[in-house]
Design a protein. Structure first.
Length: 268
């Protein structure tokens, strides 16, 4: 399925997005803290090579009021990419995540995962993933920290395991699209946001600055492996899905994950 998103249609989507919230009463769409600061009982773990619900190596843990991703109980990484899913799927919403990339990278993990994490949006249900499926079919708000070489490494990028998005008027063939965000250091707290409007538009915001916008998230592309073919229906628009925090070999802390649902347009 291909889309030709003209500038006029892009403007219509942007105007529509901006028109939602002002018409709501202040208490009509309150912020909901998905992470309660105490435990992850409302979350589901899925780690590659393990069934859903198995928190191998205590990868995801709550300490000091934060969700921490750690690998001190791992031997070889063995491509055990993991994700922590909130129990409820969402469609139209505003997401806020405070994170910091920290600690020592697990050297047996893939090199591209150094100082790399993220939050997955519109993800498939983790209970539909096969035991050896490496990534969920989803769209990722990618978190990166700068490397020691001092080269720019913007955070807030988009990656697309098993998905495609429309960017600059056409489906973009790249797995990841670089944002216009700044480079942030190891151990530096970053405030990330995403405004997700169903299958219409997704906007990434880093520390208050809009850094990336794309359209028509849909199933397609590659990267994800060992999935159930019945789930991966290429060309199917992603109207809703689960939100998941990522683990791929780099320690990371999450001190806040909050969501505010937005109204769904008529006919959606």
């Amino acid at each position: 399925m291909a889309f030709n998103l003209t500038p006029r249609w892009a403007l219509v989507l942007i105007v529509s997005a901006c028109s939602f919230a002002p018409h709501l009463k202040p208490d009509a769409n309150p912020w909901i803290e998905l992470f309660n600061g105490k435990d992850i009982r409302d979350w589901i773990v899925k780690i590659n090579h393990h069934p859903a619900g198995v928190n191998f190596g205590n990868t995801f843990r709550v300490e000091d009021g934060m969700i921490k991703v750690r690998y001190d109980q791992y031997g070889d990484f063995n491509d055990q990419f993991g994700h922590l899913y909130y129990k409820t799927p969402y469609s139209y919403y505003h997401l806020k995540v405070d994170y910091r990339i920290t600690g020592e990278f697990l050297k047996s993990a893939p090199e591209y995962a150094i100082r790399n994490s993220g939050v997955m949006m519109h993800s498939q249900d983790p209970r539909t993933m096969k035991v050896d499926q490496d990534w969920p079919i989803s769209v990722e708000l990618q978190f990166l920290a700068g490397l020691d070489d001092g080269a720019p490494r913007p955070t807030g990028c988009m990656c697309s395991p098993g998905t495609d998005v429309v960017y600059e008027g056409k489906i973009d063939p790249r797995h990841c699209i670089t944002s216009s965000a700044k480079t942030y250091k190891l151990n530096e707290w970053v405030h990330a946001e995403a405004i997700v409007l169903g299958d219409s538009m997704i906007t990434h915001i880093i520390n208050g600055d809009t850094v990336l916008r794309y359209y028509k998230p849909q199933i397609g592309g590659g990267v994800v492996h060992n999935y159930d073919p019945a789930i991966k229906k290429d060309g199917q628009l992603l109207h809703s899905g689960f939100i998941a925090l990522q683990s791929e070999g780099q320690p990371v802390d999450f001190r806040r994950v909050a969501i505010r649902e937005l109204p769904v347009p008529k006919g959606k």
